[in-house]
Design a protein around this ligand. Structure first.
Ligand code: HEM
Length: 423
């Protein structure tokens, strides 16, 4: 079994510590140390294994013996807290993210249709319209583009946009969007393994309110079906199988959250990376043919998904470490995506035409690979295209403010100055 080694710069053994100063702004230096010194790291804090190299993370995600169901873990203080919250919740425990086969395959198949490329393509014009309407509002709010605008790219653009789009897909009226923003922050935070009891209680209360709201939406669509996403889920039938009422609700909550938190992060962190590497921003402005690849590269470079959790169900070798059944693993796509063993010595730079950028692990891999990847990519491509067309002379106007979440990293604020042109 690998033992923890020392860091030559500090003589401290390398240790996963999301509370370390600077981690929130830049977790990648810590990941680099873990990859070099202890790539399958026993974390006392998480009572599990932190896995950081590309090959190990990819193998784990594709290994059919590995579970996503926390109930299969040998109990630890962290899993016991989570289980007690799950058990305390009568509803919404069946999210596809945490199911194993055969339930996982059944539920995923029943919900997959609206996320296929053809169906997503049909949303393109709606997304283009929403993106330009958001930029029109910013343009009008800043003297019609005649003066320099000070904007917060997150609050003014990156966050509301995917909220509007997933809300539109789910049929939620505009006046309820701010409420959903609060609820989804609760849901995103509730998946973090380290939360105070007060934070947990607040998150769970928010989740409960959101659940009740979506339940009313589902009941309405049950009675009055249309061709929207909620109706599709409520009425989905595949090989005679249907989703139970609780399964429908669990997937709606999952989709709402999955539908915009990471997409907003991709737009915010992606623009931040480009502003800090102006040569790449200029290349992308000049050659929009690179856009698709550039979005992959931005996902690779600083995508939102820092960790996915898995459980061993049998003795499993990870790297050169033998793990027994029931161990909890925190596999890091974000670290894997910066592993120089896979990406080369320029792994810590954005290279918009990196030829293999599409091989990144931000959308996961294997049976749980992101169902919304076409939607997320299309939104990001349309958003960056419009930003590059209409937003010029972009400069940072202050510090970016990152959230403190361990699993889904994202920005709370990105102050920029720029000029915004008319459509
Ligand atoms: C940049 C944006 C996004 C990123 C980086 C992302 C990333 C991921 C990752 C890493 C997983 C796998 C989790 C695991 O293996 O445990 C996942 C699963 C999932 N994502 Fe996304 N996602 C994004 C956007 C979306 C969107 C827009 C939707 C839908 C509206 C979506 C829906 C889902 C669903 C339903 C799953 C669960 C799939 C399953 O368990 O079989 N995602 N996503």
């Amino acid at each position: 079994m690998t033992t923890t080694t020392s860091d030559p710069t500090t003589d401290e053994p390398v240790r996963f510590n999301p509370f370390a100063p600077g981690f929130v702004e830049d977790p990648y230096a810590q990941y680099a140390r873990l990859r070099d010194d202890d790539p399958v790291h026993r974390s006392g804090l998480l009572h599990g294994w932190v896995v950081t190299r590309f090959d190990d993370v990819g193998k784990l995600l594709r290994d059919p013996s590995i579970s996503s169901d926390v109930r299969k873990a040998t109990p630890t203080p962290v899993t016991e807290i989570e289980l007690s919250h799950l058990e305390g919740r009568s509803r919404g425990q069946q999210t596809v993210v945490l199911l194993d086969d055969p339930d996982h395959a059944r539920v995923r198949k029943l919900m997959a249709d609206p996320f296929k490329p053809r169906q997503i393509e049909a949303l393109r014009q709606m997304i283009v319209d929403r993106v330009h309407e958001a930029l029109d509002r910013l343009h009008d709010a800043h003297a019609g583009g005649s003066s320099r605008a000070e904007i917060d790219l997150i609050a003014d653009f990156a966050y509301p946009l995917p909220v509007e789009i997933i809300s539109e897909m789910l049929g939620i009226p505009g006046e309820d969007h701010p409420q959903f923003r609060y609820w989804t922050q609760c849901v995103a935070r509730a998946v973090d393994p380290i939360l105070s009891p007060d934070e947990q209680a607040e998150c769970l209360a928010g989740l409960d309110e959101m659940y009740s709201y979506l339940e009313a939406v589902a009941d309405e669509k049950r009675a009055h079906p249309d061709d929207g996403l909620v109706s599709t889920l409520v009425h989905a039938v595949e090989d005679g199988e249907v989703l139970t009422r609780d399964e429908v609700m669990s997937q709606l909550v999952t989709l709402y959250m999955a539908g915009h938190e990471p997409t907003a992060s991709l737009i915010g962190a992606g623009m931040y990376a480009l502003v800090r590497q102006p040569d790449q921003l200029a290349r992308l402005r000049a050659d929009r043919g690179q856009l698709r690849n550039a979005v992959s590269e931005l996902l690779r470079f600083d995508g939102p998904n820092q960790f996915v959790r898995r459980i061993t169900t049998q003795p499993t070798t990870v790297g050169d470490v033998e793990l027994p059944a029931g161990e909890v693993i925190f596999a890091s796509p974000a670290s894997a995506n910066r592993d120089p063993r896979r990406w080369g010595e320029d792994a810590d730079r954005v290279v918009i035409d990196r030829t293999d950028a599409g091989q990144h692990l931000q959308f996961g891999a294997g049976p749980h690979a992101c169902l919304g990847s076409h939607l997320a990519r299309m939104q990001a491509e349309i958003a960056f295209d419009a930003l590059l067309d209409r937003v010029h002379d972009i400069e940072l106007a202050g510090e970016a403010r990152w959230n403190t979440r361990m699993f889904i990293r994202g920005m709370d604020a990105l102050p920029l100055t720029c000029t915004i042109s008319a459509r």
